[in-house]
Write a protein that binds this ligand. Structure first.
Ligand SMILES: Nc1nc2c(ncn2[C@@H]2O[C@H](COP(=O)(O)OP(=O)(O)O)[C@@H](O)[C@H]2O)c(=O)[nH]1
Ligand SMILES: [Mg+2]
Length: 232
């Protein structure tokens, strides 16, 4: 670790933040020293929203829309895209980077992907630490985007204040989700691609399933969205 990493971090150098997250991801012992220096008891913490769902449901598009919304409210926001199957890390996944290009020059937006490196539970551990660093750095909000593949969405739910489960008008999606026990972890359901035929059926199907939950249990709202038009 370079001597001045904590100082650079505290001065708001975004490259120091990126480096700190890489240390966390690699489980580099040097991160301890940095954390001691920057994560004091008074370090601010960010609000955390998680978006999870099958590939292609429109999570990145939705997140991009939410980032734009937060920026209009002058909130700074960091996006962590985690893909437990991906060995890639350090920078956004290519497609997402292109999609979120409009925020590229905005210093109050930070976009980064993290890999899980094959550790079960490693994703949530590294994500948790990265979130603390992002909060200490001064970000108001952190958005997690993760591909829904079994364990990962449970990990997202564990670290996020609010978990949004993204579905689309495609029967396959919802059936998969139930298997993964996703009904229990959702605070909100987004039925995205509401411009595509069949979304009403998914909403109805979801409502039926939620009605089977115990009485008095939290009933997550179901919100139809059209991420590509920033609707919903
Ligand atoms: N018709 C329609 N297409 C959408 C909507 N939201 C996203 N898409 C498209 O769905 C594809 C996958 O979106 P993406 O955000 O990459 O999904 P992710 O894999 O869940 O992150 C892209 O081609 C998007 O343009 C929507 O609301 N309506
Ligand atoms: Mg994506």
């Amino acid at each position: 670790m370079t001597e001045d990493l904590p100082a650079r971090f505290r001065s708001g150098d975004v490259r120091a933040l990126a480096r700190a997250i890489s240390l966390v991801e690699r489980r580099d012992p040097a991160v301890r020293e940095l954390e001691e220096a920057v994560l004091s008891g008074r370090a601010p913490s960010a609000g955390v929203a998680g978006f999870t769902g099958a590939p292609g449901t429109g999570k990145s598009t939705l997140v991009d829309a939410v980032v734009a919304l937060l920026r209009r409210r002058d909130r700074s926001v960091a996006v962590l895209a985690t893909d437990p199957n991906s060995p890639f890390s350090g920078g956004a996944i290519l497609g997402d980077r292109i999609r979120m290009q409009r925020h590229a020059l905005d210093t109050k937006v930070f976009i980064r992907s993290m890999g899980a490196r094959g550790h079960l539970g490693g994703l949530s551990l590294a994500t948790r630490e990265a979130i603390r660093l992002l909060g200490a750095f001064g970000f108001d909000e952190v958005i997690l985007e993760t591909v829904g593949v079994g364990q990962s969405e449970l990990e997202v739910a564990a670290v996020a204040d609010t978990t949004v489960v993204v579905l689309t008008p495609n029967l396959g999606d919802s059936v998969q989700m139930i298997k993964a026990g996703i009904l229990e972890i959702a605070d909100v359901f987004a039925v995205n691609k509401a411009d595509v035929e069949g979304y009403r059926r998914v909403v109805a199907e979801l409502r039926t399933m939620l009605n089977m939950a115990p009485k008095g249990a939290w009933r997550p709202p179901i919100v139809p969205t059209v991420a590509t038009k920033e609707e919903g």
